[in-house]
Write a protein that binds this ligand. Sequence first.
Ligand code: 6PG
Length: 255
Amino acid sequence: MIRPHLLLRVVATAGDIAAAAAPVVLGAEHEAIAQRGVFRIALSGGSTPRALYELLATMRDPGPRFQFWQIFFGDERMVAADHPDSNYRMAREALLERAAIAPQQVHRVRTEAGSAAQAAELYAGELRSCFGLAATRPPRFDLVLLGMGADGHTASLFPGSSAVTDASTEPVVATWVEKLAADRVTLTAATINAARSVVFLVAGADKAAALRAVLAADDGADAQAQPPPARAISPSDGSLVFVVDRAAAASLPAG
Ligand code: 6PG
């Protein structure tokens, strides 16, 4: 059995994920523009989303109405904005430049601000300003796109990292990732769970065990084991969609 209150879409190959996810993005965009006149989306990093971004940049009739988009990032590596590992750089190449999205519509994590903590503090301020928020309320994104690692991490919520247990009211935090020996800045699970829509894009056999642990109704873990961070993503008042390829879905329980 799969956990309730989510939609699982299994496609044949990784190359099919973009075409399956694009309509979900456009659906969230349509609702947001109709209801609020703006579409606030948090992009995922990693490699899986790149093809989706490239597809969105080329779609016409219907295509995205980018003039209404405000673009944020679910997490960022603490590298320069033009570094090959930068999530912003990947989005800039795959979407922002191709779709000619105006710089004032793009809200990247200012990794040049100094420490990860300083970058996170700046980003929290930018989120509050863009969403017009008081200090304690989390921003409510229209859509948060997420990937998932083979260890069940998502955004930069890595197993055992401080970000996973962070109980602050900050919408975004700095976190040290031991396995990467790297600092990251990430939206918190609470902020992601405040979203109207969350979409995971997961591909590859190496993700199969983690995806089962995230999606199985009974994750089979013993009480002591910590559930994978991606299992904590469950929007309190929003939709949760997993678009996965067959290889990643190979260990899921039937039915
Ligand atoms: C990052 C992402 C991260 C990513 C997963 C999956 O900054 O790397 O936020 O959570 O989505 O690691 O990455 P792939 O799509 O490359 O498998």
